[in-house]
Design a protein around this ligand. Sequence first.
Ligand SMILES: [Mg+2]
Length: 391
Amino acid sequence: MLAHVDMDAFYASVEVLDRPELAGRPVIVGGGARGVVSAASYEARAYGVRSALPLGLARRLCPQGVFLPVRMDRYRQISRVVMEVLASFSPVVEPVSVDEAYLDLKGAPILKAGPEAAGRAIKSAVQNVTRLTCSVGLAPVRFLAKIASDRDKPDGLTVVADLEAFLATVELREVPGVGQKSQERLRAMGLTRLTEVRALGAERLERMWGAFGLRLWELAHGRDSAELRPEREAKSLSHETTFHQDLADREALAAHLLALCQKLGRRLRHEGLEGRTVVLKLRHADFRLVTRRATLARPGADTAIIYATALGLLKGYPWPGPFRLIGVGLAGLAPAGQGQPGLFEDQRQARGRALAAAEDAVCERFGHQALTRAAALAKDGQHGHTGDGED
Ligand SMILES: [Mg+2]
């Protein structure tokens, strides 16, 4: 079970906290280079003032509003306190922004009393320590926890106990990533609820929006990650290939994997990053997306090591396929050289690094197509377009 915790009108609430005489008045925080509203108290929202609105417009909508500049240092200070409170409930907390975080409550003692009680405990702890309110959503997957936390704002608590029943209530406009244009396009097809896009089918959604279409299809079935990425693991890089024709041949898959690992290795070294967790991604012909992870003995960015690890994951994957997509990523990224290399580095790794550096030099000179190892040459060619990701 995940919890998504979202502070209510955070910047504006902090201003009211620091100046109690503003309580109950429409407080609007904004300004800076972009000249837009960063936060509006609920009293200001009653006048139609929203985040991202130009300040001039906000002044016209709410002339009696109290307009204040952004004091980011102060908000960060309180944010640290909020995150500390959250960390007391679970070792796995993923801050998303200064006023928002996910908690993994799996195995957390607080969950023993049930999700509702857990949500209430989190809310009252945050309020006791900061004297600010937050809204909490609890759900088995990320995007539903986020939607749930937004349902009952401010000072709200929503528990997704029955996933399918809750899913049926989700409007497309609530779904993260579905912007105005996508909503309009779907509305033109008579679709306003998330589960209604199931009827379009995965192929059609993929034709409409590519990778985003497939993601929407998965969300429509309530499928999303339940895994959190705590701060130090938040950074990852990945590359993937979608085949024009589904592929089951393990050697051909391995060849694609090698090409992707080479790309990934080059990019990691180019950006001076190394990582600890190799992630293999496979999408089945029926669009099911699976990931498999393996942790390296020490952080690295060497193509050979990433490939050997990813290949091990592929070989260990028990289902035969066919697959629509293969991808590889490295997570837990940090600037290279922080893991005390050098002294204890074994020769094999040093050779791998030298080879990788030579590869990089050749690629830099002749372009990335110039250097492809034998296996990648063997089966590559007729299929596939590639994509990459980063977060
Ligand atoms: Mg918020």
